[in-house]
Design a protein around this ligand. Sequence first.
Ligand SMILES: Nc1ncnc2c1ncn2[C@@H]1O[C@H](COP(=O)(O)OP(=O)(O)OP(=O)(O)O)[C@@H](O)[C@H]1O
Length: 498
Amino acid sequence: MMAIGEGVREEMEKDFETMLRLQHNHGQQGSVQRSNSITFRAPQEHFTIDDFELGKMYGAGSYSKVVRAKKNDTGNVYALKIMDKKFIAKENKISYVKLERIVLDQLDHPGVIRLYFTFQDSYSLYMALESCEGGELFDQIIRKVRLSEDEARFYAAEVVDVLEYIHGVGLIHRDIKPENLLLTTDGHVKVADFGSVKPTRASKLTVLPNTTYDKACTFVGTAAYVPPEVLNSCPASFGNDLWALGCTLYQMLTGSSPFKDASEWLIFQRIMARDLKFPDYFSDEARDLIDKLLDIEPTKRLGAGPQGYAALKMHPFFRGIDWKNIRKSAAPKLAPESTVVEDDDPQGSTWNLSHIGDGCVPQLPPVDASFNSATSSSETQSHISKLSKIDSFDSKWQEFLEPGESIVMISKLKKLQKLTNKKVQLILTDKPKLVCVDPSKVMSKGNIIWSGNSRDMSIHVTSSSHFKISTPKKVLSFEDAKQQAWQWKIAVESFQNH
Ligand SMILES: Nc1ncnc2c1ncn2[C@@H]1O[C@H](COP(=O)(O)OP(=O)(O)OP(=O)(O)O)[C@@H](O)[C@H]1O
């Protein structure tokens, strides 16, 4: 737990009281005028963390940790989003927190995560969210390798249903992706992560003072799902979410996003070129729908045209969907988490309370990391060397980087050991440096000793999914479920050859 002086603490608390005082949107142009404070649907309670029994950690974001929490007196279970005040202030995330809080407070749709109440203590802000025990759609795709068209149709239809609502209230989500589509125990979709939303001018929602509308061209979202116009700094539009829906549907059906590549820079190249390939097994309907969602022109994307969502819902891919009763219809069966012991952490996946107040770094799925097989090794090397000049698209892993250092490749791998296997996040940076991070404890497990000389450090690929890194002291064996063993070798060697 961080030590913090009494004076600083008082100041911080005052600051957060002010920070969470929010204003009505009177529909003014440009930015919202200040007016009376509002009453939240989700109240600001005076609870403490001791009022809850904490369970497993659901995950971590760039400025928060989300943990299963059972309220002692009522027995109600929540997903408690815990944000370290000092960290969010330091990382300039205050506006994200405020925005997510005020927006979630007003949204009312079965496909949107519900916010029940908030509270705070000296160190943290807490948001009690509806708990989604089914995990992320992302994990379902990984566990099933890819989804059937029937499964993908169901999930896509639920996302369409909720996007129609979100767009209807004048919000652009801007970060639709399988990681932000959470599933209830019975497998229905709930959209999460409203920290990046952008209200349109017409939005009737109450938003924050100084919120800008459609002029803003800020770069937000996740590399693999970003539409080309965002890369060209065009204003945000509903079309952004429809492009991301197209990418998500493609990922459901194939197991990976359509513009997947070894780095954000290469992904951006493919997005700009609309370098899109459909596998043979796609039905004509699936191919046509994705093609129409991934239209270069945002206003031509299905759902964004004059007929709006009616055109999207009428697409032949959705034939058979009962739109009015979609939330009542049976969802695909969830693939359970693997029961194989992968971690020798004696705490298992339960969460240690002492983590509250620590700096947080997310446990995120890897940035897409596979090389286009058509890319030659010299092209790859030049691409990789250029990567160092590009800032990481998000700041998720900054904790493990020095100022000016960038991530070149990152994947969640299994480190194979004699008795047990461990999940690790392996990060290659342009320093160059190879860092192993424990994703559940969100802690560095140390650097793998780097050498430019392949006699002192070498990578041996034993299959598309297995590779070993040999250093004078030890040999580390890794398994990459995404079968990117060769990509790791190419990426590391391109820096050794520099
Ligand atoms: N209501 C919830 N129920 C179950 N799990 C949740 C819930 N909300 C979030 N999670 C899990 O916790 C993780 C962290 O969520 P959080 O909202 O803090 O950050 P994020 O959206 O993943 O990342 P970032 O804030 O960096 O964009 C998510 O990836 C998700 O798996």
